[in-house]
Design a binder for this molecule. Structure first.
Ligand code: ADP
Ligand code: GLC
Length: 488
């Protein structure tokens, strides 16, 4: 089966969150399971610079406001994975993030930038771009790639099936409806049964409506997005797809996140040799200027600082927990108000609270390895990877019972417990969960068993890859059985 993954980011080249970890690890896992997998990425500078031995597949010429567009084919650095890159200097070759300029404003031409990505994917699927390789499945990730599903639906002769994965429904790719003509899509798509969403154009809706199968990154989030509370206004569209929507849990890249082979941490360790974890803990306290106190519960947060992540709960619970001997090590970037509040907390509690405002992969590994617990108190969480990294590193997660957090962390039965789960999105509920961790840690044998149960979990991509392969088969069957498009 030939599978084309379409995404805007991929670790380690371009990453704003867990999406990049997934697009880096899932394609090789599918290849391992026997699929013929390729990636399609926009020609952002970090991608163009890194992709190896790229050659031109087709000179596309002028489109979407760009004068010179080419489709290149090379390999992901350090791997054999073939990667197509859309080289469109006018749209992609610029400093700043993949979606935003450095000052945090969205790129004004995001409609053209990500319509182009989907359009090229649809042409690959239509046997129009690379006659040497035509995918059976186009697997599009998040709104950035979702237009592939609309362009494929607009071309009835395309035999390939489209699978769309929602990594985060809160980011939807909404554009003014007057920009409609720039898309070059049949007019039947500019309707409530198409891309129209409350007077705007929604790229997310293109994926939700026109993919043959829709997935999210956990079974719980698949149920949640059909509700008003989590559906971000698209719950009706999600419900309309019925059983076509399912959840497949993310795995983690066990080569990148492995305490037994991690070169970023002070000392390596594994489930049977946990001494190295203590060395990592001491090194972390030392380098962060935290009191080297073996009794304190050292809690870490590695996160985007946005309201999704519920870190206001951490800030509110922090003074009482610090007074009770808890230490905090926080790393993140995001909303200026949250960044400032964490900086203030560090100033108010020297030696107990350490905060690094910034993005740093190596330090993230050190924080996960050196901490006693990792907190992910999200308001919503499609899957979440940091709690999985915590499990793998013997750092039990403290999480809210929502989305993928609820699906991956067990609490309640001491025999199967892997972390601490709380329900209400309140500082008190988080505080009570942290106190339970503090209490259990006083029992060294019980704590070690808790760590080892987490470390023994199978978090690899092998299982999820099999689930995606089965779903691809269903998508192809659905594609063969029914036409697509608005009103179909
Ligand atoms: P999301 O994609 O919603 O941000 P995930 O838990 O799926 O949440 O993925 C977050 C990813 O980003 C993880 O790999 C995490 O380690 C990483 N990350 C987030 N913030 C930082 C940071 N400040 N420094 C380093 N890595 C970070
Ligand atoms: C999104 C979600 C996160 C998920 C990640 C990868 O960024 O917020 O929960 O783990 O995508 O699927």
């Amino acid at each position: 089966m030939k599978v084309l993954h379409v995404a805007a980011e991929v670790y380690p080249l371009v990453k704003t969150g867990g999406l990049a970890d997934v697009t880096a690890a899932l394609p090789p896992a599918l290849a391992e399971a026997g699929a013929d997998v390729r990636l399609l990425l926009p020609g952002l500078p970090a991608i163009l610079d890194a992709v190896q031995s790229a050659r031109t597949v087709v000179d596309i010429g002028a489109c979407f406001g760009a004068l010179r567009v080419r489709l290149l084919l090379g390999r992901m650095p350090g791997t054999q994975l073939p990667v197509y890159v859309v080289d469109a200097p006018h749209l992609y070759r610029r400093r700043g993030g993949p979606y935003q300029a450095d000052d945090g404003t969205e790129w004004p031409d995001n409609l053209q930038r990500f319509a182009l990505l989907g359009w090229v994917a649809a042409h690959l699927a239509a046997d129009d771009a690379d006659p040497a390789w035509v995918p059976d499945i186009v697997h599009a990730h998040d709104w950035h790639a979702a237009m592939a599903c609309a362009y494929m639906a607009d071309h009835a002769a395309t035999p390939a099936a489209a699978v769309f994965t929602v990594h985060n429904l809160a980011f939807q790719g909404l554009f003014p409806s007057q920009d409609w003509a720039l898309l070059g899509l049949g007019s039947r798509f500019m309707a409530p049964s198409g891309l129209e969403f409350h007077g705007q154009l929604s790229f997310m809706k293109a994926g939700l409506k026109f993919a043959d199968k829709v997935t999210t990154v956990s079974p719980s989030y698949a149920r949640e997005i059909a509700t008003h509370e989590f559906g971000c206004g698209l719950e009706g569209v999600v419900r309309g797809r019925g059983a076509d929507v399912s959840g497949i849990l993310n795995g983690i890249d066990e080569a990148v996140w492995n305490p037994a082979a991690d070169t970023a941490i002070a000392r390596r360790y594994d489930r049977d040799q946990l001494a190295g974890k203590q060395a990592c803990r001491r090194a972390l306290q030392d380098t962060l200027g935290l009191a080297v106190d073996p009794h304190a519960l050292l809690l870490t947060v590695v996160s985007r600082l946005t309201s999704q992540k519920g870190l206001d709960l951490v800030l509110a619970a922090l003074p009482a927990l610090v007074a009770d001997g808890v230490q905090f090590a926080v790393q993140g970037t995001g909303e200026p108000a949250l960044e400032a509040a964490f900086r203030n907390a560090a100033q108010a509690h020297p030696g107990r609270v350490a905060v690094h405002i910034g993005y740093d992969e190596n330090r993230a590994h050190q924080l996960v390895a050196g901490a006693d617990v990792i907190a992910v108190p999200s308001r919503f969480e499609p899957c979440g990877l940091t709690q999985l990294y915590g499990l793998r590193y013997g750092t039990p997660p403290v999480v809210r019972r929502v989305g993928g957090l609820a699906d991956t962390v067990a609490d309640g039965d001491p025999a199967s417990q892997t972390g601490f789960v709380f329900d209400a999105a309140t500082p008190g509920a988080l505080e009570a969960a942290v106190r339970r961790a503090q209490h259990l840690r006083r029992d060294a044998a019980a704590w070690q068993a808790l760590m080892q149960r987490g470390m023994a979990q199978d978090l690899s991509w092998a299982g999820p890859a099999q689930a995606y392969l089965a779903l691809y088969g269903q998508a192809l069957a659905a594609r063969a059985a029914a036409p697509r498009g608005p009103g179909a």
